[in-house]
Design a binder for this molecule. Structure first.
Ligand code: PAF
Length: 328
């Protein structure tokens, strides 16, 4: 099977590394350092050069036509990543998004067609240490969506059998995977974790575990999760856990030493996924008449941090922007 991974960040590199054991894998991206490093030295995983060889390219024309394209870019890059996926997959190929946030599947489906677009959610963890160089942090499950029989249109059958094939492939590569009839519930389940953990750790510059050490941050987690839960309920979403606040605390504990992906973005002065995470909760809350002031405030704060990424501001505030506590 030919697989193209669209993206060169932590999760893209992780999936490329694992899947290279069971398929021909190519990565397409725009980050020159990563493309050149992987081309020259391959992928480095947990300090060891690993894996079977992974092809790299800047342009889909330079990779073999793919049976499967996996979009693993940051959510704000989805419009361009979806175009790349559309160009790279075979006529009967599948484009799968495993990205964070809401709105990715709609963009992907608009490019490749609804019958070739698939959505999933992954709890795999990885930290980018440098171009082509990652540290793994947890081997959580990956779920792929399929359409339950009662809701399926005839054309969905093709996609569904692909969901089972891809799941089998992921499992053979050591990526624990399963198909799910309620992918929306799982997407919202992860969205709420990201909405609580990511902006708070990015604004406060603390590892995930520090969030549950103070009553102030616990109250903020409570407020974010209450708002998001109210929006999810109004949309008829069933979450994969009964109590969002407790689940966030549990994940923060389990990933205590992790730097969330948004914290990594802020420390690297990169655009974050705030609009696709808390921004979408605010947008959907507005549409349903549900107030989401804390999610709105976190969105504004992270957007303000993004705007501060100019050399001048960074230089002037270097001292005050130091982490509040040592990051492990
Ligand atoms: O985005 C992340 O960093 C992760 O999804 C999570 C679950 C918040 C853990 O760090």
């Amino acid at each position: 099977m030919n697989i193209t991974i669209v993206g060169t960040g932590a999760m893209a590199t992780l999936f490329a590394a694992r899947l290279s054991a069971v398929a021909e894998v190519a990565m397409i991206g725009t980050w020159t350092d990563a493309i050149e490093m992987i081309r020259r030295d391959g992928i480095t995983l947990d300090g060891d050069s690993c894996c079977h060889s992974v092809n790299t390219a800047y342009d889909p024309d330079d990779t073999p036509a793919a049976d499967l394209a996996i979009v693993l870019t940051k959510a704000y890059k989805t419009p361009i990543a979806a175009q790349v996926a559309a160009k790279t997959i075979k006529p009967n190929g599948i484009a799968l998004t495993l990205q964070n946030g809401l709105g990715n599947i709609e963009i992907l489906a608009a490019q490749v067609g609804a019958d070739r677009a698939m959505q999933g959610v992954t709890m795999q963890g990885a930290t980018l240490l440098g171009p082509g160089h990652i540290r793994t942090s947890g081997r959580g499950a990956t779920h792929l969506g399929y359409v339950p029989i009662e809701r399926a249109a005839p054309r969905d059958w093709g996609t569904d059998s692909h969901a089972y094939e891809i799941t089998a492939l992921f499992n053979s590569a050591g990526l624990k995977a399963q198909v799910s009839a309620d992918i929306d519930g799982l997407i919202w389940g992860k969205l709420i974790l990201n909405a609580a953990i990511n902006p708070l750790t990015a604004i406060l510059r603390i590892p995930n575990g520090a969030l549950i050490e103070s009553n102030d941050t616990l109250e903020l987690i409570r407020a974010v999760t209450d708002e998001a839960f109210a929006v999810a309920r109004a949309k008829g979403i069933t979450l994969p856990y009964p109590d969002p606040f407790e689940r966030v605390k549990q994940v923060a504990q389990l990933t205590a030493t992790n730097h969330s992906s948004m914290l990594q973005d802020v420390l690297g002065q990169r655009q974050t996924e705030i609009d696709a995470i808390n921004g979408k909760i605010v947008e959907q809350g507005k549409a349903l008449g549900i107030p989401t002031p804390i999610n709105a405030a976190l969105t504004s704060l992270v957007r303000t941090i993004e705007k501060s990424y100019t050399a001048e501001v960074v230089e002037n505030t270097e001292k005050t922007l130091r982490p509040l506590r040592p990051l492990q």
